[in-house]
Design a protein around this ligand. Structure first.
Ligand code: ATP
Length: 675
């Protein structure tokens, strides 16, 4: 289950990266998040002239709850007090349907009750047997009869309580499977904003630590608590039946035990929660350090990371140590309460009770075991509450905001036939109360056109791509091949557009699985697209092992391939899917000129003539032969036109960018070539 989960989470992150064009959206690890916080810090307050955009009905802006307060990553909430009913409902409600749950509860209660009754009768049969020695000479006592009696109850008790446990186990496996599926659905269906504000480590903790708690300890703790409670009730009742006048003392001692247990749980619950959060902080810190290892060493900040780690480990140890001390505290108290209980019962039986020796023995045996049970019950109850913390956290994740899945209309099956794109008065913001990042943008990309988006950093290029993919809340109209994109579901839209991000994410598996995760194409087609995309030009044919084939193993994230190779594989995916709109986010670095020209050539030559290409440009020489250049500034289009026209305009910003470039002459030459 764990492996399956991680693949799904990675897959989601990878899907995000396929659709996103800015590195801030590609990776949700600590380093990148930091970059995003910086970005939020420089977001200007919305100016008065910006009208608040009307949001489409299907926009998920209305679901936005996170306040932009300069802090992008939402804090993890610490639960206070006892476990919530909704979390328990999540577990027990998923054991079976309503009728199934009633049948399950009734059968388990009945079987456990009879089992516990047999347990009490087992002790009672011994008492009955010993009583015979007071009444009859030993030779007259039928030993086999009493032994059989004893064995019958022993066997009944063991068989029935085990059966109840097994039934519960199967129910809990069913519940945890369902909970896992609900969690996967919820995380995969959430909004970009939520993913943006939730650290990956937190999601991983839900799918590993928390799911593990539900899969394992929680189920057995629930079962132990139930069994223990039933045992206590039956044993206490039996004591009261034999020595009814002990009820008052018994209740007093019981109340004392509960009071001690309450005090323990009050202190232990927040401590355990604190332990869990501080442990997750240590894991988070380690994950960040591992992913940013190169930068940490390059900037020589190992000491800072190390001392931060020590501080976090100290915080964790402080909570964990105190929690372990509390366990010792309760052990001593419960032992005292137990001793009081047995001593008072023994005193009562000796001086005040009218019970005979065998009945007194029966009572005392049950009382001693009851004390052990009391301690066990407090510990298990506490453990249940603590493990329910995982259940609560999962429960919260199952209620996170979701992207709309329902569409107002479904596009025709043959849609899209061309890459024609019309954008009308498009505005966008990342959150309901955040500033506008796109302000009334309008442009058209005719089928088969190559359009480049240029502009300074923060001008809104990536935001425009995200808006086209309905990843952030927008206002205005976007028509893709004649269909208004807000009227169809985001999933349908995204399946028709291919985005080649700066650093494409690849999944662990073979190249074949990465190209065609749903096994829809045959090897010949996959091979063709690899050839067309230009991967063969990058092949290292020197050794057989260096050759990239469909069976080559790709490591998680594609780290065993160069960034250029990864982009080419992403391009091959675009060819395979026959997308009519390809959005390329040029890699700003780590890509050599040879690879770059292979990608550009493949884009020019292998895509069908009606496929439109939008390039988020970081280098001017790759876009000088574009049909159209769109220059963005502060979320607005400030220029639009062919490279040639723009360069000829002395007041053009694009011209200024070209003139400032080191390769000015080459760029001017390239622009003249496109007529
Ligand atoms: N995740 C985010 N949450 C909130 N605001 C964001 C987020 N990402 C970007 N922004 C803001 O949106 C605006 C446009 O940023 P965007 O990333 O679209 O610019 P860009 O032109 O793509 O920049 P770059 O070339 O550096 O990638 C900026 O003001 C930025 O701070």
């Amino acid at each position: 289950m764990l492996g399956r989960t991680i693949i799904l989470v990675t897959h989601k992150i990878s899907l995000l990266s396929h659709a996103a064009s800015s590195i801030t959206f590609l990776d949700l690890s600590g380093n990148i998040t930091k970059k995003k916080i910086d970005k939020v810090a420089i977001v200007p307050e919305p100016v008065e002239e910006d009208p608040t955009p009307q949001v489409h009905e299907n926009s998920f802006l209305s679901m936005e709850k996170i306040q932009v307060t300069g802090q992008l990553v939402a804090d993890e909430e610490v639960e206070i007090g006892h476990v919530r009913i909704s979390a328990l409902k999540l577990f027990f409600g998923n054991i079976s349907g309503v009728v199934g749950s009633i049948v399950f509860a009734t059968s388990i209660l009945t079987i456990e009750s009879v089992g516990q009754f047999c347990g009490v009768m087992e002790t009672w049969s011994l008492s009955l047997w010993t009583k015979q020695y007071d009444l009859h000479p030993p030779s007259e006592i039928p030993v086999l009869y009493y032994l059989g009696f004893y064995l019958l109850f022993s066997l009944g008790s063991v068989t029935l309580t085990t059966s109840a446990f097994v039934i519960f186990l199967f129910g809990s496996i069913r519940a945890s499977r369902k909970i896992h599926d609900i969690l996967v659905q919820s995380v995969l269906g959430t909004t970009w904003r939520w993913l943006d504000t939730t650290p990956t480590s937190r999601i991983i903790v839900r799918f590993t630590q928390d799911i593990q708690a539900v899969d394992g300890p929680l189920a057995s703790y629930f079962s132990s608590l139930f069994g223990c409670s039933m045992q206590m009730v039956f044993r206490f009742t039996a004591i009261l039946i034999v020595t009814p006048s002990f009820a008052l003392q018994g209740l007093f001692i019981g109340a004392l035990g509960i009071a001690v247990g309450q005090a323990y749980m009050k202190a232990q619950l927040p401590l355990k929660r604190e332990t869990s959060i501080t442990r997750s902080n240590v894991v988070k810190h380690l994950a960040t350090a591992i992913s940013g290892l190169v930068s940490i060493r390059a900037y020589g900040v190992e000491r800072i990371y190390k001392s931060d780690l020590h501080r976090l480990i100290d915080q964790y140890s402080r909570a964990a140590r105190t929690s372990s001390n509390l366990n010792k505290w309760i052990t001593v108290r419960i032992d005292i309460v137990g001793a009081l209980f047995v001593a008072s019962l023994a005193t009562y039986l000796l001086y005040g009770g009218r019970a005979d020796a065998s009945a007194s023995g029966f009572s005392l045996t049950l009382a001693v075991s009851w004390c052990g049970l009391l301690f066990w019950w407090v510990r298990v109850f506490n453990d249940v509450e603590l493990e329910c913390n995982s259940l609560e956290r999962i429960d919260k994740f199952t209620r996170i905001e979701q992207e709309p899945t329902e569409a107002k209309s479904a596009p025709p099956a043959y849609w899209p036939t061309t890459g024609d794109l019309i954008v009308e008065n498009l505005s966008a913001r990342y959150s309901s109360n955040g500033p506008l990042v796109l302000k009334g943008i309008s442009f058209r990309v005719n089928a088969g056109e190559r359009v480049a988006l240029v502009g300074r950093t923060g001008s809104g290029k990536s935001s425009l791509v995200l808006s086209l993919l309905q990843c952030i809340p927008t206002d205005g109209e976007v028509y893709f091949d004649g269909v208004a994109t807000h009227s169809i579901s985001p999933n349908t839209l995204r399946s028709k557009i291919t985005v080649i991000p700066q650093v494409p994410e690849l999944l662990h598996g073979t190249l074949r699985q990465n190209l065609d995760p749903f096994s829809q194409y045959d090897d010949a087609e996959l091979f063709d697209v690899l050839q067309s995309s230009g991967l063969s030009s990058l092949q290292d044919d020197s050794t057989e092992t260096a050759r990239i084939t469909l069976d080559s193993v790709i490591s998680g994230g594609g780290t065993n391939l160069s960034v250029g190779q990864r982009q080419i594989i992403a391009l091959a995916r675009a060819l395979l899917r026959r997308s009519k709109l390809v959005i390329l986010d040029e890699a700003t670095s780590a890509i050599d000129t040879n690879t770059d020209s292979i990608i550009q050539n493949s884009l020019r030559q292998t895509l069908e003539s009606d496929v439109s290409v939008i390039t988020v440009a970081h280098r001017l020489h790759t876009i000088m032969d574009s049909d159209k250049i769109i220059v963005l500034d502060a979320g607005r289009i400030v220029e639009i036109g062919s490279p040639r026209d723009l360069i000829q305009n002395d007041r053009s910003r694009f011209r200024a960018m070209v003139m400032q470039d080191g390769d000015r002459d080459m760029l001017l030459r390239l622009s003249q070539r496109k007529l």
